[in-house]
Design a protein around this ligand. Structure first.
Ligand SMILES: Cc1cc2nc3c(=O)[nH]c(=O)nc-3n(C[C@H](O)[C@H](O)[C@H](O)COP(=O)(O)OP(=O)(O)OC[C@H]3O[C@@H](n4cnc5c(N)ncnc54)[C@H](O)[C@@H]3O)c2cc1C
Length: 403
């Protein structure tokens, strides 16, 4: 296992200070390793996540070579040539487990932000006090955008939040964590080959959730109540003026409808399959409140906005992968983790084999199945190789006999 930094590198280097997992502690589990503290319903802080993953590296005795950056992977005769900052490797198979969130995904409209306004991404943002004083435009209202809008607004910097497509979820439903429902009802276990439009499922934004000791719901209603100004999707920036789409009501209605459908699925599952559950009555949540009139334009040069935070998602970085398996959008072509090149595999990508694939608790099931395929491939490759070696040797000895 080659790791460019240390074990749990992304949690050590690429997250903001206040971040806690949005998955509850009981859901943090890896093969043979699970949370065993006194707060199963809480949410881990970053130091706790680092301890948890480092603990797993220890008990699993994973042969990790840290501070070893893979600089290129190329096809070679019997597999792949892997070049690193710590020597080269010849491998029959390679598993790409380099993460789904190596880089912030920022739309090209960023180039039109006036140069006087500093831009941040979740990779360089650590805490509100590192932002200039004054207004902040946060673009994107998924998990990262809502969490950071909340903490920046609380720091006294007025936030304008630009909202596009989003997934709304309550933190708890009928007295249980919403991720308990996702897991127990089987929604999170849904397989990639049973999902109608898997590319769409893979591109869905992360749900508006935050892990706090209070198990609070953080949605657009909470944010507007705390003074965050909600505007539509950022469509363009022209001559220093940000232009927002006017479709807020539709975005809200769609997110509310999808949340309702999901809650209905949970209710139906509980009603028909789990009479034994100790849960509260079905709940209904207030619709997302649309502002009386939302701004369609914002002059970025007026002084109202002092910085922009792009909470527009993440993407993987395959700059070092010199095998033609990456599509024009920069995503790996694979079928449930079996990449489009013999002996090449991947893990940890959204909806790789199940809806839970890109979460910590999703690794185990996916890894088992992907590695099963890999072992089969190696066994076949070995048989083929043995046969090829045998015939090469036969041809060679026949050649020897002739000379
Ligand atoms: C902001 C944020 C919040 C999240 N919150 C949660 C949550 O609450 N619960 C949850 O379950 N999941 C959460 N996730 C998802 C989380 O990333 C995954 O659960 C988990 O980290 C995936 O593990 P991984 O090993 O596949 O990827 P990563 O953790 O990204 O690990 C990939 C590793 O590969 C290394 N690497 C990359 N390129 C190279 C190279 N060229 N050479 C050598 N090494 C390389 C990196 O240094 C890194 O250590 C969150 C993700 C983000 C971005």
């Amino acid at each position: 296992m080659l790791e460019r930094g240390e074990v749990a590198n992304s949690w050590r280097r690429e997250r903001w200070n206040s971040l806690r997992l949005l998955t509850p502690n009981w859901q943090s589990r890896l093969p043979g390793h699970r949370y065993d503290g006194s707060d199963p319903d809480g949410y881990m802080t970053m130091p706790e996540v680092i301890d948890f993953i480092s603990g797993f590296a220890e008990i699993s005795r994973a042969p990790v070579r840290t501070h070893t950056t893979v600089t290129s992977v190329r096809l070679a005769d019997a597999g792949y040539h892997v070049a690193t900052t710590n020597g080269d490797f010849q491998c029959r198979t390679v598993v790409l487990a380099s993460g789904a969130c190596n880089l912030p995904s920022v739309p090209s409209v960023r180039d039109a932000v006036p140069s006087s306004i500093p831009c941040f991404t979740p990779f360089d943002y650590r805490s509100p006090d590192r932002l200039p004083e004054g207004g902040v435009l946060v673009v994107g209202a998924s998990a990262t955008g809502v969490q950071l809008s909340d903490e920046i607004q609380r720091s006294g910097r007025p936030v304008t939040l630009s909202v596009g497509e989003h997934v709304r979820l309550p933190r708890t439903y009928r007295g249980k964590d919403v991720l308990w429902w996702m897991e127990t009802s089987g929604v999170w276990n849904q397989r990639y080959d049973e999902i109608d439009d898997v590319s769409r499922a893979r591109g869905l934004p992360s749900p508006q959730l935050v892990g706090t000791p209070e198990r609070a719901t953080l949605d657009l209603n909470t944010l507007s109540a705390s003074g965050v100004e909600i505007v539509g999707r950022l469509a363009a920036i022209r001559d220093g003026e940000a232009l927002f789409s006017g479709g807020l009501r539709n975005q809200f209605a769609l997110a509310d409808l999808k949340m309702q459908r999901l809650l209905d699925t949970f209710d139906e599952w509980a009603r028909t399959q789990r009479h034994d559950l100790d849960i509260g009555a079905p709940e209904r949540f207030e619709s997302t409140r649309a502002p009386q009139s939302s701004k369609l334009k914002l002059n970025l040069r007026s002084g109202e906005i002092r910085s922009v935070l792009w909470a527009t998602g993440f993407r993987p970085d395959y700059g070092w992968l010199h095998v033609p398996v990456v599509d024009h959008k920069g995503f790996l072509r694979h079928d449930g983790g079996v990449v489009d090149a013999p002996g090449l595999y991947t893990l940890g990508l959204p909806v790789l084999r199940r809806r839970k694939s890109s979460f910590i608790c999703g690794a185990e099931d996916d890894a088992r199945e992907v590695i099963e395929h890999l072992s089969g491939y190696l066994a076949k490759a070995t048989a083929y190789q043995t046969e090829r070696d045998r015939s090469t040797r036969r041809a060679w000895s026949e050649g020897q006999a002739l000379t």
